[in-house]
Design a protein around this ligand. Sequence first.
Ligand code: GLA
Length: 374
Amino acid sequence: MLGRLLFVAALFVSFCGCQSGQKSITKDSFGSTGDGKKVDVYTLTNANGVQVEITNYGAIVVSLKVPDRNGEIADITLGYDKLEDYIKDTPYFGAIVGRYGNRIAKGKFTLDGKGYTLATNNDENHLHGGIKGYDKVVWEAEMVERCDSVGLKLSYLSKDGEEGYPGNVQITVTYLLNNDNELDIEYHATTDKATPFNPTHHSYFNLAGQGNGDILNHQMMINADRFTPVDAGLIPTGQLKSVKGTPMDFTTPTAIGKRVNQNDQQLVYGKGYDHNWVLNDWDGKMNSAAKVYEPTSGRVMEVLTTEPGIQFYCGNFLDGSNVGKGGKVYEHRFGFCLETQHFPDSPNQKDFPSTILKPGETYSHRTIYKFYTK
Ligand code: GLA
């Protein structure tokens, strides 16, 4: 088959002794960018028919198809059918965002006595890496096979001075889909100058199926007793505040819509949920972060991460202006994001865990989105 590369991963990998079912990865053209760079889309399929499409433009998850409790498969992430639409206008659908996911106040920070000014793209603040972040560049792609998964390794050299950041940062993001229905994302990076570094993944999920209504009936649980309150510009005040007695309390499963419109100062600032939660018992190892259940389909998504925080954003800025896959119109709160990360504005917050990557160190971060039904 011309123009199409297919390899079926090993059915039996006896030397590593793992259970291996049928899985595959295919590559197709996804078009090219305005400056003529060719872009592809890769389809990863596991032994259970779970499928994820990823493009090397923006390291974007284009679709994610998982079964409901009756075995019916649906695409549960928001996005576009065509590359042009991602290039034209996207609120970061499915992308890897960086060099710094989330906000840096006024786009300014001081490091080793030197002041830096970043591109500002969210009123006076810097958001998700600036004007041309990792979501808007073409990554190098390499298909990978591990004994229990298929994957795509994406690499990008983020140059010294890009969007105002110091240092050449070599980053790899590896998406792996395994037969336990886990989408596993591994991030690694090195730098030649100290720099803030805090990438994350920005899929918008709707476990009832993309374009299929709002997400207000999803039951959310977040493994966090505290969150980082913000000011009107969504910049943390520096406090770690208890969720107890506030609409931020997701320590037990609660419908997203139950309190989202309450007259609460934090919700007014966020126009709903758009906050960072401080995950319990952070020690840099894989830890449960969140669990979401959608009652009509029975789909459950669990998020595990090595990161200390998670931004829960419930699609408050979606307003019907994005026409997505299959012509679906994404109205207010039709998707939610769970962005595992260090806390927003850490370069300006001395009491938050550091986000500074130094020469000689290797950044590593792993997040798993796991799917099952009940
Ligand atoms: C992030 C931010 C939100 C919003 C979305 C994209 O999650 O926290 O405020 O900017 O990205 O629309």
